[in-house]
Write a protein that binds this ligand. Structure first.
Ligand code: HEM
Length: 181
């Protein structure tokens, strides 16, 4: 069971509650900002935690198919097609598809057993609700699935995991349909 990492509480750090006004603003020897970051600097400035550090189950689909780089390739291949799709492309509110690509990648990583960054950043997925603003009919579902099918073919996963992921995609895409036609 992977539980989201909770921010470290430092009950022994009275400086953390000091009002900003109390901080020397002239770069004096005691800097509040510096004190605040004690014990956290490594987390903030250091490299992203490894999957093992993030508590990822090595038996998860996420780990078994190659972790983050695999999901990055899968979702990039998917979005390269969305960018050219006459039904799907106009649905995206943002001109830049990059942020939407990031959201889908983080969601799929979380869903298939990887780090839970998606929910830490976006909250509960509530996917169907998040898709209500877009009129998704069966043609849109078919387009989504066609792009994901080709993206899966491109990344070439072990057949068993590919089948499990495809099964999920078919069910999820059908569940997202909210408009007749
Ligand atoms: C069935 C056809 C689908 C269509 C036409 C569609 C279209 C869209 C659109 C237009 C957005 C908004 C872009 C944005 O993030 O700003 C979006 C968001 C998203 N979609 Fe889909 N989608 C479909 C199915 C799915 C499926 C099957 C999944 C998951 C397996 C999915 C996962 C997501 C996620 C994670 C987001 C971002 C949600 C958020 O955090 O705001 N979508 N989708």
């Amino acid at each position: 069971m992977v539980s989201p990492e909770r921010p470290q509480q430092r009950p022994d750090a009275p400086h953390a509650t000091l009002p900003e006004a109390a901080a020397p603003s002239d770069g004096g020897p005691i800097e509040l900002g510096g004190l605040r970051s004690v014990g956290k600097a490594a987390t903030v400035a250091g490299p992203a935690p490894t999957d093992a550090e993030a508590g990822v189950d090595p038996g998860s689909i996420y780990a078994q198919v190659g972790g983050e780089p695999t999901f990055r390739r899968l979702v990039a291949a998917f979005y390269a097609q969305v960018a050219e799709d006459p039904i799907m492309r106009p649905m995206y509110p943002e001109q830049d598809l990059g942020p939407a690509e990031d959201r889908l990648r983080l969601f799929l990583i979380q869903y298939f057993g990887g780090p839970t960054t998606y929910s830490q950043e976006r909250g509960h997925p509530r996917l169907r609700m998040r898709h209500i603003p877009f009129a998704i009919d069966s043609a849109a579902r078919d387009a989504w699935l066609r792009h994901m099918r080709l993206a899966l073919d491109e990344v070439q996963l072990p057949p068993m995991y590919e089948a499990m992921m495809w099964d999920y995609f078919e069910r999820a895409a059908t569940a997202m349909v909210n408009t007749a036609g």
